[in-house]
Design a protein around this ligand. Structure first.
Ligand SMILES: [Zn+2]
Ligand SMILES: [Zn+2]
Length: 321
C-alpha cells in the first residue's frame, strides 16, 4: 500500500450487468483482474498522507474517477474522461476480502447505516444524476422503463422530486414492488397499451420525461419510439447501456421535438446518494433479493440473471446468512 492509498476489508459487494458481462467474456478486460465495483467495507490501514478516512471507518467505494488533467476533467466532465479509471474493470475491485484504493475513492459513511443499505450507494449515485439530467419539476409525470435496481431507485428519487411516476416492467412481481415503493401506476408490456397508460396518467400526450434503465433495444424504442412514452416536447434520459441497435424513426423525434439525453455514471452525486440512504429517503430493503458468500460467486453471478432477482450481493465474511 502506497502513499495516498487505503486498505479496505470488503464487507459486501453488489453484482451488476457489467460484472455479469465480464464473467461471461462479453466484455473484455485485461487479466489478471478482480472484478466488482459496487462495494463497501471497513478501512484497515491508510498510507502516508491520507486524511479523508481513518482505520475503522465504514466506507462506500466510488469506483470511477477521471485522469484529472484532460480537457473533459478540467471542465467538470470527469465521468466522460477517455482515460477514466474504473475499479473492477481497469484495476482490482471488490470481489475479494481486501482491496487497495486511492483515498479519493473512499467515502466514510455516517454511523449506523446498515451494510445492506450502504451497498446501494453506487447504483443510487447513478440514478441521482440520471434523474437530474431529466430536470424533473414537481407535478410532472415521469415514466421509468425497467423495474430492476436502477428503475426502482429512479422511481423513488422521482417521487421525492414531486413527480407522479409510471413504471413499465415485465413481471407482475416487480411491478407490485414498484407500487409499494410509490409508483403512481405500473404497466407491463410494450406498444400501444403502455403509451395509452402514459397518456391516461399525465392527462397529456405522454409522459413529460422518461428514464430508460433497462438497456435493451426494446426499452429504448419504448422510450423514444413513435408509439412511445414521451409526450411531444418531452425529455428522455437513456441510462441503461443498450448494446444492440434500436430502431428509431427520427422523423418523430424531429416532429415532436423530443429531447434525448445520454447519460454516464456520476460526477458529484456520490455523497448525495449516501445521504439519501442514511436519511432513509430511499428504501432499498426489498431490492437486495439474493445474498451469497464470496466463495459462491459463480452462483451469485448466475442468480443475477434469474428473473426473480433484483440485486444480488456477495459477502466475504459469511454474513450472507
Ligand atoms: Zn454497476
Ligand atoms: Zn480526464
Amino acid at each position: 500500500m502506497g502513499a495516498g492509498e487505503v486498505l479496505v476489508q470488503v464487507a459486501g459487494a453488489g453484482i451488476c450487468g457489467t460484472d455479469y458481462r465480464i464473467w461471461t467474456g462479453e466484455r473484455g478486460v485485461r487479466y489478471p483482474l478482480i472484478p466488482g465495483h459496487e462495494f463497501i467495507g471497513d478501512v484497515v490501514a491508510v498510507g502516508a498522507g491520507v486524511s479523508r478516512v481513518a482505520p475503522g471507518d465504514r466506507v462506500a467505494i466510488e469506483p470511477n474517477w477521471g485522469c484529472g488533467a484532460c480537457d473533459l476533467c478540467r471542465s467538470g466532465s470527469e465521468n466522460l474522461c477517455l482515460a477514466r479509471t474504473a475499479v473492477g474493470i481497469d484495476r482490482d475491485g471488490g470481489f475479494a476480502e481486501l482491496a487497495v484504493l486511492p483515498e479519493r475513492a473512499c467515502w466514510a459513511a455516517p454511523a449506523g447505516v446498515p451494510s445492506d443499505v450502504l451497498l446501494f450507494a453506487e447504483p443510487l449515485a447513478v440514478v441521482t444524476r440520471a434523474v437530474e439530467r431529466a430536470a424533473p419539476r414537481p407535478g410532472e409525470t415521469a415514466a421509468v422503463v425497467g423495474a430492476g435496481t436502477l428503475g426502482l431507485l429512479a422511481l423513488q428519487v422521482l417521487r421525492a422530486r414531486g413527480c407522479q411516476v409510471l413504471v413499465v416492467g415485465r413481471t407482475d412481481r416487480r411491478l407490485e414492488l414498484a407500487r409499494r415503493l410509490g409508483a403512481t401506476s405500473t404497466v407491463a408490456g410494450a406498444g400501444q397499451p403502455v403509451a395509452d397508460e402514459a397518456r391516461r396518467l399525465s392527462g397529456r400526450d405522454g409522459a413529460d420525461l422518461v428514464i430508460e434503465t433497462a438497456g435493451t433495444a426494446a426499452a429504448v424504442e419504448l422510450a423514444v419510439g413513435q408509439v412511445g412514452l414521451v409526450r411531444p416536447g418531452g425529455r428522455v434520459v437513456l441510462t441503461g447501456l443498450p448494446h444492440d441497435p434500436a430502431r428509431i424513426e427520427f422523423f418523430w423525434i424531429v416532429r415532436r421535438e423530443i429531447d434525448i439525453r445520454g447519460y454516464m455514471i456520476y460526477r458529484e452525486e456520490f455523497g448525495q446518494a449516501i445521504s439519501l440512504l442514511a436519511e432513509g429517503r430511499v428504501r432499498v430493503d426489498a431490492l437486495l433479493t439474493h445474498r451469497f458468500p464470496l466463495a459462491a460467486i459463480d452462483a451469485a453471478l448466475t442468480a443475477h440473471r434469474d428473473p426473480e432477482s433484483i440485486k444480488v450481493a456477495v459477502f466475504p465474511d459469511g454474513s450472507a446468512g
